[in-house]
Ligand binder design. Structure first.
Ligand code: SF4
Ligand code: SF4
Length: 233
């Protein structure tokens, strides 16, 4: 089997391996131990839980520990994210956006949380911080200050949490470079290995923002065929 691996953002290097029915991570380990000790990639749990081995295979985001490699596959690092070496990327931006949007329980109200309440944000709790959604996001590709799918999904997790007392502050923090910049293309939802839909969470945050008195800043500059949303014609 032949696979090609992107090395240091430049050349695609070809490797021949005599392995069948193996995961990409197993094949990378085989190459590193038998052919090229300098090959760099990230991994930790080996069971799809830590998210650290996310890469792109044939231009699609995959977890190396879960993806079964096929002959001719092209393996590259995640897109839109600074490359440290070979398949290793720097995920600091995702953490920075998490901080910037206060994506945690900020102001705690003591209240009973039922099973039904837990279901509201159960799925978002499964996020493994693989950053595949940033790799797939066309807005983050052109605007590196866009809070992005991972951080916004986490904001929704805590906005939907009935124990959070300061929803207004969270909503305020996602107005600029946040929910209104998203094009709702859904690429993040397709890329997520955990079945989370950041796009749906962003739509929920938009709706919540409307209830709190915010609106899309582009609305006032949109054309409505003669109708002016600000009152003129
Ligand atoms: S839906 Fe929004 S956040 Fe998701 S990939 Fe598209 S632009 Fe990015
Ligand atoms: S939302 Fe999905 S794709 Fe994005 S970091 Fe979390 S698990 Fe990965």
């Amino acid at each position: 089997m032949i696979i090609k691996i992107r090395r240091d953002s430049e050349t695609l290097e070809e490797f021949e391996v005599l392995l069948e029915d193996n995961t990409l991570l197993e094949v990378l380990e085989h190459i590193k131990s038998t052919k090229d000790a300098t090959l760099s990639y990230d991994h930790s749990c080996r069971s799809g839980v830590c998210g650290s081995c996310a890469v792109r295979v044939n231009s699609k985001e995959e977890l190396a520990c879960e993806y079964k490699l096929k002959d001719g596959d092209i393996v590259e690092p995640l897109k839109n994210i600074k490359i440290i070496r070979d398949l290793v990327v720097d995920n600091d931006d995702a953490q920075r956006f998490n901080q910037k949007s206060n994506a945690w329980l900020e102001s705690y109200i003591k209240t009973d949380v039922s099973k039904e309440d837990e279901k509201q944000n159960e799925l978002q709790s499964d996020c493994i911080l693989c950053t595949s959604c940033y790799s797939a996001c066309p807005v983050y590709e052109v605007n590196k200050e866009f809070l992005g799918p991972f951080a916004l999904t986490r904001v929704w997790k805590y906005v939907a949490d009935k124990r959070e007392d300061d929803i207004k502050q969270k909503i305020e923090l996602i107005q600029n470079n946040g929910i209104w910049d998203c094009t709702l293309c859904g690429e993040c939802t397709i890329a997520c290995p955990q079945g989370i839909s950041p796009k749906d969470d962003i739509m929920m945050l938009r709706s919540k923002s409307g209830v709190k008195g915010y609106m899309d800043p582009n609305f006032s500059t949109m054309s409505f065929g003669g109708f002016d949303p600000n009152g003129g014609f």
